[in-house]
Ligand binder design. Structure first.
Ligand code: AMP
Ligand code: MG
Length: 331
């Protein structure tokens, strides 16, 4: 087999054709070069293992170029995984979640889980998008060799074993992605990388590092706050996530408070007791009371968790202020 090296621009059509025909293609990412195939095509995936000389019991990471595909390859991402994705994707992170039936056992090496990665590298995203399928890929080196960070590295190691190498220059990150297992009781780093346990803990509250140490954020989620009340504030995606985040804050002795409409608060109250500020029943009342609530909250509490009032009418104007106050942070 002849191995061609082409730039992303020149090689994109060939690359898409090869992937559609069930062949492998080497492509650049910001971490290291990947050896990709259609993740939904078992015989294509097998070619990865053959080209690498990789044992079949080592799972492959599934690369996507949008969040919908990430959802589709998982059996439900869960709030933690979504938080990580919002914070770090596209980027040098792989998130392990339960897999959906779309993902064959050859990709997951028989595990019930799948590793999902959404690369930041523009060429990688172009390639994956153009293929229109999730791309399973390990690093583009033969088994036990060093991971390649340039098209030349790949060519030296794999010439004659792959039909095409897309050349995207040298990899900016240079080591493999951080892998975080979100199916563990405490999110666990399975492979350390550019995204550190400290960075993960700021988003997740706590993580177990690769060395097995529990890293706790000083105050979870403060990283994305820009300015506003003197304590951190976050908008909850749902009443359920407000309750979950409330419990998480309380566990870390952060004195949370939920500010929301009466109906929202009473729906939560049926489950558990919590500190709250009631903004009233209507959007107009919310508008009237929101600043007073923030003043009160920053005086007496440590973390503000706020209802999402939606985007219609005056609620949209209120959300504009709330999004500034929370720095866009959501839980
Ligand atoms: P490579 O890209 O060559 O470093 O290989 C991918 C690596 O991702 C594998 O060696 C595993 O360590 C890891 N990986 C991929 N999928 C999973 C999974 N479902 N569970 C645990 N680890 C995984
Ligand atoms: Mg590797």
């Amino acid at each position: 087999m002849q191995t061609k090296i082409l730039s992303i621009e020149d090689g994109l059509d060939d690359a898409v054709g090869l992937i559609k025909n069930g062949e492998v293609v080497v492509f650049p990412t910001e971490t290291v070069y990947g050896l990709g195939a259609n993740a939904l095509d078992v015989s294509a995936v097998r070619k990865i293992f053959i080209a690498k000389g990789r044992p079949m019991d080592n799972p492959l990471i599934v690369h996507v170029a949008d969040f919908d595909t990430a959802e589709s390859v998982s059996a439900g991402l869960g709030e933690g995984a979504r938080k990580l994705m919002r914070a770090f994707m596209p980027g040098a992170i792989t998130v392990i979640v339960e897999k959906s039936d779309l993902i064959p056992d050859e990709v997951s090496a028989g595990l019930p889980t799948v590793g999902i990665r959404f690369p930041a590298h523009e060429g990688a995203r172009k390639f994956i998008k153009a293929c229109g399928v999730p791309i399973a890929a390990p690093s583009a080196n033969t088994s036990t060799k060093i991971s390649p960070t340039s098209a030349e590295h790949v060519y030296e190691d794999m010439q004659g074993r792959v039909p095409l190498i897309l050349d995207g220059g040298s990899c900016q990150v240079g080591i493999e992605s951080t892998i975080v297992d979100m199916t563990a009781d405490v999110p666990t780093v399975l492979r350390p990388g550019a995204i550190t346990p400290q960075m993960l803990a700021e988003v997740l509250g706590e993580v177990k590092s690769f060395a097995g140490k529990i890293i706790v954020a000083r105050a979870p989620g403060m990283k994305y706050r820009h300015y506003a009340p003197s304590c951190p504030m976050a908008v909850a995606d749902s009443a359920l996530s407000a309750a979950e985040y409330y419990a998480e804050c309380e566990k870390n002795s952060l004195k949370p408070v939920i500010i929301a409409k009466s109906g929202y608060l009473s729906s939560l109250e049926s489950q558990e007791k919590f500190q709250r500020i009631d903004l009233g029943d209507s959007d107009v009342e919310v508008m009237k009371n929101i600043y007073a609530a923030m003043h009160e909250a920053e005086k007496y509490y440590g973390v503000i968790i706020c209802e999402d009032f939606g985007d219609s009418g005056v609620a949209a104007s209120v959300m504009n202020r709330i999004n500034k106050a929370s720095g866009g942070r959501r839980v």
